[in-house]
Structure formats: C-alpha cells, structure tokens
Write a protein that binds this ligand. Structure first.
Ligand SMILES: [Zn+2]
Ligand SMILES: [Zn+2]
Length: 310
C-alpha cells in the first residue's frame, strides 16, 4: 500500500492538448469521414484499404491500449512495448497512458458518479461521446498508471500521439502516391478511405462499448455474469471491436487476455495475441479463468482454460 501511495504522488498530470484542440480534431475527423464516399466513391482497393486500416486501429485500441496498457494481460520487452504504443496511437483516441488512466478509473468506479462513462450515471449520449468533450478528462492522470508512467518513451508517445497519428496518415498518402494500392487509388482517396473513415468508425464502435455495452435495456446482448454494473455481452459489437463487446465477461474478470470466455464467443484480439505469443513477440499471456468464475458463468469448472468447448 505504501508503495502505491508513494507512486501515486510521483507523476501528477500530463497535459497533451487543450479541450478545444480535442473538439476541433474530432469534428474534422467525423466531417471528413462523412464526406469520404461522396468525394471518392467506393472501389474494391479502397474498401480493402479501409478494412485493413480499421483492423490495425481496432487491434491498437483493444489489444494494446485496453488489454496491455490498461490491464497488463500479457508481457513484452521494452522495445516491443514502444512499437506497440506507436502502432496503437494511430487509433485516434488519445495516447496510451490517457486511454489506460481513464479506463482504469472506469473499472475502479464502475457505475458510480466518478465513472466517466457510466450510462446509469450520466446518460447514453454522455457515456458515448460527451465525456471526451469535457475539460475534466482532457489531461492524463499519470498517478493512475504509475507502472507505465516511469517509461520516458511511453510518456513521449502519450504526449505526441497526434503527431504520430498524422505521420501514419502521411505514410498512407505516400504509399498511394507511390502506386502501392494500384494506379486507380490517388493519395487523396487513400487518405480518406485509409485514414479518416476507419479512424472515425473505430472511435464510434469503441464508444459503443462505453454506451450500449453498459445499457441493459437494448436487446441484442446477454449477461453471462450477474455483476453489479450494467455491462453486457454483445456479439455483434464484439465482432466490430475485436472482442471489446464481451464487456460483461470483461467486467467479471478483466485480468484475462481473452474477453470471449466460451469457445463460440469470437475474440479476434485474442487470436492475434496468441499468434504474437507464438512467434515470440509477447509472452505470459494471462489466459486462465479461476474455477469459481467458470462455474459462475456456466462454463464448467474444468482446468481453468478459457475457450475450451463446453
Ligand atoms: Zn465497462
Ligand atoms: Zn477494461
């Protein structure tokens, strides 16, 4: 406890941008995304580009910001940690430490007044997007993430995520101009379909985990666990968010690197993490469920393995 207490006073807050900069950034992002199909009608190369770009950004949020920086569900070397942080910064949802600090605050105060994203407390719209526009959450509370705030290179990524994200966008434009996506794909089209559209869609789908992932009244989901919060498992949302939609599972046992607990709960992030572990990029994947959690969820108290057929 004393170690935690001393760490909590060590780092303070990191200012990354003003709230007006955040508001302008999101407004531009969504306007450009909305205009994309009107400015550049869809074609197969553009749709594939958007899909691949969305996949990278979604794994960045769910696999890296959420399961690694927020919950430490696996381990990796310091260089790999840095590269993962840079990749995830492409998602357009602030830096890794900001994301993790807000998310840990959510878990620690779930459905209470200090939970930034609780529909029960603040309503659906506020939990979906309104809270990001609030002055209160604009800075990164490093004292909530002291385990990662001690790395200067991660602090740097957290501060300069906009620069990193725009560098990624420039790289997509460059690839298109070099003809990598085929002669029919211009730099402008690649920028709209490969950056603005998938980034905006990713922001929306992750926001849905915060809003309808904590909203019992909407059909299309189920609760495997009778948790005190309003978290839901939503299969369609889980597909779109690479496993983030198994939110009731996650609130019952968030330490797991896998959010889909049954074999039929498709969890794309988990499959990618398994692959990364198999080739040695990451290690110590936390994939065991305690027997009492398995029994409580109707999964059978077998050997603690997650995902074995029931
Ligand atoms: Zn939640
Ligand atoms: Zn979480």
């Amino acid at each position: 406890m004393s170690t935690i207490a001393s760490a909590r006073t060590q780092y303070g807050k990191q200012v990354t941008e003003s709230i007006n900069q955040t508001r302008v950034r999101y407004t531009i992002l969504f306007c450009m995304a909305f205009a994309t199909p009107f400015l550049y009608p869809p074609s197969w190369p553009l749709v594939v580009l958007a899909g691949v770009s969305y996949a990278v950004r979604m794994f960045g949020v769910e696999g890296i910001y959420h399961r690694y920086f927020s919950h430490r569900a696996f381990k990796c070397s310091r260089p790999v940690q840095f590269v993962l942080a840079v990749i995830a910064s492409q998602c357009g949802q602030h830096g890794p430490l900001w994301w993790a600090s807000v998310h840990r605050t959510h878990h620690q105060n779930v459905e209470l007044p200090n939970d930034p994203i609780s529909p029960r407390q603040h309503g659906l719209l506020q939990s979906h997007v309104g809270w990001v526009w609030c002055e209160r959450y604009k800075d990164t509370d490093l004292d909530v993430v002291p385990d990662f705030a001690r790395y200067p290179e991660i602090l740097w990524v957290n501060k300069h995520y906009t620069l990193l994200m725009l560098s990624g966008a420039f790289f997509i434009w460059l690839l298109a101009e070099a003809g990598v996506f085929g002669p029919a794909v211009s730099g402008g089209a690649a920028l709209m379909w490969g950056f603005f559209l998938p980034t905006a869609l990713g922001v929306q789908t992750v926001s849905m985990v915060n809003s309808i992932g904590h909203f019992r009244k909407l059909p299309g989901g189920y609760r495997r666990f009778d948790t005190e919060d309003d978290s839901m498992n939503r299969p369609l949302l889980a597909l779109l968010t690479f496993g983030g939609g198994w939110h009731n599972n996650h609130h019952r046992y968030g330490a797991s690197a896998r959010a889909g607990f049954a074999w039929y709960e498709i969890d794309i992030t988990w499959y990618i993490l398994k692959l990364m572990a198999a080739i040695g990029l990451i290690h110590d994947l936390r994939d065991r469920l305690p027997d009492d959690v398995r029994e409580e969820g109707g999964l059978g108290a077998r050997d603690g393995r997650i995902g074995a057929p029931d």
